[in-house]
Design a binder for this molecule. Structure first.
Ligand code: SAH
Length: 220
């Protein structure tokens, strides 16, 4: 079995990463503290040990990636996470983003459509530390109707459109942070939607990002 060690070198590199995120405009101290507390190298193959704190995405198998730390920080900041909030995440992947939310005290419900990635949660290194993360195998376009409504929803794959079922599962006053395909730019525009009392939503538009695609149906 792999031995997980968080050395002084790792902590030092993590500190540098947090400094870099500050220079890039991340100001939410709760987000920065969570990133500083979580050994990102535990979420990657040991081959990435020395580079795990570079601000870039890395492969995690099944053609998927762990998001870039800046992207994780950016989406987490837009969510304005508060303790005990119920947050639905689409795209579990490496569980890193879910761990950042859990470290901030949220109750996280995360869905993954790739069976092989979903199955890894059984050996998740922080299973005992984050009992506030619940794992689901399914299609994120459908959400989790029996567990909703949610205070916040975060989509960590490139959405072709805003999934109506996810809007339904959002509480009034709640946020959805979602990267939506921008056909002309071949990238995604980060949007924050705020649900109104009447079920409609207001839209704020932020920077452009590049995610792996959000796909329909389950795989495996
Ligand atoms: N949040 C992840 C990022 C993973 S990349 C992390 O921190 O590592 C995006 C993930 O979304 C992939 O694992 C992909 O399989 C998953 N995904 C894509 N479409 C999906 C869908 N419709 N429902 C659930 N997961 C989906």
């Amino acid at each position: 079995m792999r031995k997980f060690e968080d050395t002084y070198q790792h902590k030092g590199m993590r500190n540098q990463l947090v400094k870099l995120l500050r220079t890039k405009g991340i100001t939410d101290e709760n987000v920065l503290t969570a990133i500083n507390n979580i050994p990102r190298h535990f979420f990657l193959d040991s081959a990435f040990d020395k580079i795990a704190y570079e601000d870039r995405a890395f492969p995690i198998g099944e053609d998927q990636t762990i998001s870039q730390p800046y992207t994780v920080a950016y989406q987490s900041q837009l969510l304005q996470v508060k303790r005990n909030e119920k947050i639905l995440e689409i795209g579990t992947g490496s569980v890193y983003q879910a761990s950042v939310l859990a470290e901030m005290g949220a109750r996280v419900f995360t869905i993954e459509r790739q069976k092989k990635l979903y199955d890894r949660h059984k050996d998740f290194v922080f299973k005992a530390k984050y009992p506030n993360i619940k794992f689901f195998f399914g299609d994120g376009f459908l959400g989790l109707p029996t567990y909703g409504p949610f205070d916040k929803i975060i989509i960590t794959a490139a959405a072709p459109y805003i999934p109506p079922k996810l809007i339904e599962q959002l509480k009034a006053g709640g946020f959805m942070v979602i990267p939506v395909d921008d056909a002309e730019a071949k990238s995604q525009r980060m949007l924050r939607l705020t649900k109104n009392e009447n079920g409609s939503y207001a839209e704020e538009s932020f920077d452009a990002f590049s995610f792996v695609p959000m796909l329909t149906g389950k795989n495996g």
